[in-house]
Design a protein around this ligand. Structure first.
Ligand code: UTP
Length: 471
């Protein structure tokens, strides 16, 4: 860009009370952010300077340097141990024991649900918070409604009010709050729904410069789902949970309508093994599947290695029985101990590493908006795993718990999620020996009716029509 010209003009900028900010902008070679200074009115200028005041220029410089240098060296690792799905009578007994323990934790009000919904959902291309996307195959219920009704049902089942924590981001906070309010929290008590935004971090162009989204605003993106732990503590929600006697935070993503939000078995294993973090995993479908895998690092801690950081050789490596060696994929379902979260977020701030993604970013230019290649920086929640002295990884089955809604069609799409939802209903009905007539193509069960097969009344009769919705 017209770098030198800017430097000369913008060197003249002065604004009382912001001398330090302006000096830092120059010190770090970012004076192009004042390119449209002359177009801004006084409040606009003040706003831009305030925004710049919140930028950690030294951190941004480091992030850019690392991004432009490429991949960093990983420590050595091997596959992490995990609790497999029950195969024997002994296993089933253990799972039953875990369920009982989990149920007693839930009944005692020790569990809160934590939804991360701050993402931009760019692949889905939906204008609005992703949680407002209608995914119910028959009902057209939104992701938010499905999650809310599950929480309500779990609460009714266990005679307890389960708090629902929701992390949003700057771009979707207002819309999310007004939507949930407008829907009267789908029957939940508003006092039990705590919504708070995550932090934002500037993106950078390929030359390490901040990007102007508008003449007086720099482009920032939410700081990743890993920002959820800092946001939970920083918003006061973690302290509030502690005050209410909550001991376990059940973390899930907005775009998985199949997730068991409050799973007694998972909670039971977590409690019985006194874990700090527990995670659900599933068997990878094929070596190149784009999900991270659970590993045990050289220092004995558990973690997740992103698919993009696992070499093809390791992805394809097999054990003596011919099974994939790194087989346990992470599906972003975790339990966090409240006391553990308190310990890692209190005192010195939690600093999970930033990962970099190269993305197209809309930027303001003299001739109008342009798209440029830039770097977005995000923290990943699974980077907290190695901080936990005690971990549990529990296997779950894909068809019962993983229906990611990332794209409109194809793999991990609205279509595939709806099919998986119908598939789960069929399995639940079969489990209860309830006949599904031949004409039925699409099935949906309201979470208010059942969050697992055992909730279904055995005398249900299913109408012989193409679409069936059970309330
Ligand atoms: P994804 O990584 O799939 O991102 O988020 P996304 O924003 O939903 O979709 P794309 O990549 O732009 O298409 C997984 C989960 O993490 C949350 C999302 O809302 C989703 O529940 N998330 C992601 C956050 O809460 N904050 C973030 O900064 C990023």
């Amino acid at each position: 860009m017209q770098g030198t010209a800017y430097a000369l003009e913008t060197a003249m900028i002065a604004f009382r009370g912001f001398e330090d900010v302006i000096r830092r902008v120059h010190e770090y070679g970012q004076e192009h952010v004042f390119a449209f200074w002359d177009m801004l009115d006084e409040p606009g200028r003040r706003e831009l300077l305030n925004e710049l005041r919140s930028v950690d220029f030294s951190q941004m410089k480091d992030l850019y340097t690392r991004a432009s240098q490429g991949a960093t060296q990983q420590p050595g690792f091997e596959p992490a141990p995990y609790i497999p799905l029950p195969a024997s009578a002994g296993d089933r007994l253990e799972w039953e024991r875990a369920r009982e323990r989990g149920e007693s934790e839930i009944r005692a009000g020790k569990v809160a649900a934590f939804l991360v919904a701050g993402g931009q959902g760019s692949r889905l291309g939906f204008d609005g918070p992703k949680g407002m996307f209608r995914v119910g195959p028959v009902s057209g219920k939104t992701l938010f409604q499905i999650h809310a009704e599950k929480i309500l049902k779990y609460g009714r089942k266990y005679c307890v009010s389960i708090p629902w924590l929701i992390m949003t981001s700057e771009a979707n906070h207002e819309d999310t709050v007004s939507y949930l309010r407008g829907e009267k929290f789908f029957g939940l008590d508003g006092k039990d729904v705590l919504v708070f935004p995550q932090n934002m971090i500037p993106s950078m162009d390929e030359r390490g410069r901040l990007i102007l989204e508008e003449p007086g605003r720099i482009f920032r993106n939410p700081d990743g789902h890993g920002g959820s732990l800092t946001a939970l503590a920083g918003s006061g929600a973690l302290a509030e949970m502690e005050r209410r006697g909550v001991r376990i935070i059940s973390y899930f993503q907005v775009d998985n309508p199949l997730v068991r939000i409050v799973d007694p078995v998972f909670i039971g294993f977590h409690a019985m093994r006194e874990a700090d973090i527990s995670s659900k995993g599933l068997m990878k479908a094929y070596p190149g599947e784009k999900i991270g895998v659970f590993v045990r690092f050289e220092d004995g801690t558990t973690g997740v290695v992103e698919y993009s950081d696992l070499s093809t050789e390791l992805q394809e490596q097999r054990d003596a029985n011919g099974a994939l060696r790194f087989c346990m994929g992470s599906i972003a379902i975790h339990l966090f101990g409240v006391s553990f979260l308190k310990s890692i977020t209190g005192g010195s701030a939690l600093s999970l590493p930033f990962h970099v993604a190269k993305k197209k970013i809309r930027s303001h230019a003299a001739g109008g908006p342009i798209e440029l290649d830039g770097y977005k920086f995000e923290k990943f929640v699974f980077d907290a795993l190695p901080l936990a002295p005690r971990n549990v990884v529990l296997e779950t089955s894909r068809e019962d718990e993983f229906a990611p809604v990332k794209n409109r069609t194809g793999v991990d799409s609205v279509d595939s999620a709806r099919e998986l939802m119908t598939g789960q209903c069929r399995r639940w009905l079969a489990e209860r020996s309830i006949r599904v007539p031949g004409k039925v193509r699409v099935l949906e069960i309201s979470p208010l009716c059942a969050v697992e097969a055992e909730d279904l009344p055995s005398n249900l009769s299913i109408p012989d029509s193409e679409t069936v919705y059970l309330e």
